[in-house]
Design a protein around this ligand. Sequence first.
Ligand code: ZN
Ligand code: ZN
Ligand code: FE
Length: 717
Amino acid sequence: MHRLARELGLRGFVLNDERGVLLEIEGEAAAVETFLERLPREAPPLAAVERVSSRVLEPTGEPGFTIRESPTGGQPDALVSPDSATCPDCLAELFDPADRRHRYPFVNCTNCGPRFTIVTGVPYDRPLTTMAGFDMCDACRAEYEDPRDRRFHAQPNACPDCGPSLALAGGAAADPMGEAVAALLAGSVVAVKGLGGYHLACRAADEAAVAALRSRKHREDRPFALMARDLAAARELVELGPGEERLMSGRERPIVIARRRQQAGVAASVAPRSPDLGVMLPYSPLHHLLLADVGEPLVMTSANVSDEPIAYTDADALERLGGIADLFLVHDRPIHVRADDSVVRATSGAPLSIRRSRGYVPASVALPLDAPALLACGAEQKNTFCLARGRRAWVGHHVGDLRSWETLRSFHEGIDHFERLFAVRPEVVAHDLHPEYLSTKHALELEGVEHVGVQHHHAHLAACLAEHGERGTAVGAIFDGTGYGPDETVWGGEILVGSLGGFARTAHLWPVRLPGGERAVREPWRMACAWLVETQGLQPRLPPSLGADITPERWDEVARLCAIGTASPVTTSMGRLFDAVAALCGVRSAATYEGQAAVELEALVDPAEPGAYPMPSLDARPTIEALLADLAGGVATGRIAARFHEGLARATAEACLASGETTAVLSGGVFQNRVLLERTTAHLETAGLRVLRPRALPPNDGGISYGQAAVAAALTA
Ligand code: ZN
Ligand code: ZN
Ligand code: FE
């Protein structure tokens, strides 16, 4: 604004306040007009211009144009931005031998660079970032103070003379980047300190290196993410449409899950049995240098062991990753908040967020109604928390599974940090109804606040309604793995009719036992047994497709659990129906992560198969019977998988239509399944319904906290 005002010869001032940017300009009427017209068009890349409102004032005779100090005491909103990928200008400098920042791994400017992960407090100013320990040299200072410079007020501004530098942990290296690149090319696993945490890297084409990484990380099958040098390199790995390319090269730089190419040339261990690959582009100058020097795609997976949170402090990384990484490429700019890579999946229509974290957080998400100052504690797995006030909700970074001490600590620290950043002192605390969720326990421990319990699937429905600005009633098909039902059974295949303020359960999947509780999640064959008990009676036949490791003794034992119900709650979980079908199809009898069987079942779908299994009123017993008949008849599993998906899509659309509502919501973790999502959407739209799908927030439990916030806002309004 300063630049534009000067250019047009206007006088006045500009400042940040709690509502955004406040500006007064005076001068020739035509120049003022031009200013207002050019302002939104010429806003800098990271500015989010939501709206511009203006009115006419008496001229005050301001002598020049100034940038004024922000008034203190206001409640800040947009003062902390998400981390943003290296901009084209900085990238050009990075690879320009004549530039003073040639090959400097920390080049950044007002239009790009670290933000959220380095901010320790507000106002957003260098002393309250992890750059506080670096004094700008004269050249950097001059850029920082010059309103015409691209680095005017760029808080992390730095150069090789004054800023952070690279090193190898545990030794003095003349050329840390060169040694790390050599190690990668020689087949080593290198821990790389990035923006929101450490990655573990190795050559994606090197089967021995990838397999070694997998076994050291104790990660059995879950796919590893890849980093490709640029879009051209990414196109060799996965099939990308224009939408996916925009997403992948956007400043948020998420991991984009897309269909892998036959000739992708990556090691088999990168993503065993997955038809998709997750690929991202470099998002920090350090990554750009690394990928350019290695010259081929790298595995870049979060640096952790098994399901622990990503390592982000140097001491923690050295300790926890010592047995995994051969070499540590580190630097001396501390990471204040860990932020995992965000993940999106390309689908027809709109991309689907799977994990919303680095690059997106802490940008606020609008609420369609005014909220009191509130905290929503989220679910148990894929946890995020959410703070809200007025029409704004700040959904935190991906925290993960709270059932680990490290993650729980990060949940508490994250909430404290956000309360300070956005000056929210919660009067209302929203939580799940599950009494054993650690997020629920945290909420209930807070005193002097109003508690609002929100049913899990209502929160899924509300999250999708709220992000679309919808305050009316809709029918929601909410399909996921687990959620606490008010009747104390495990819900997860629900048709709900409701709005932000309440809901009714109008239909649900046929209920079965969850034999052995949690064990059934890791052993999908148990769900096959539970469904066969429903269709064949208390002593179902052991289907040969389950494989030899399911002995008749184990089978009978699980069938007995279903009959007597010990430690086997009743469930309408759609995730578990997918597990049962996948097990019956011989996809897998054991899973190493939740939803694995369903992911592999979706991958089998034969797109040319037009058939569908019956599922009247979401009763899947006839589905299972038809599927068993196909199996016995030797029908290919690709066709069986397709008939199952199509049958469920039709049944879901019918259940939604039966409600008489004209707007339908599709959410819950099961809708990460692209085939199911696209086909159900198509059936509903053909029938004339408006279909809302999660966009900004994931359909999985990462979106629960925002949904809880929307419900709590409606109930306390
Ligand atoms: Zn830049
Ligand atoms: Zn400098
Ligand atoms: Fe859920």
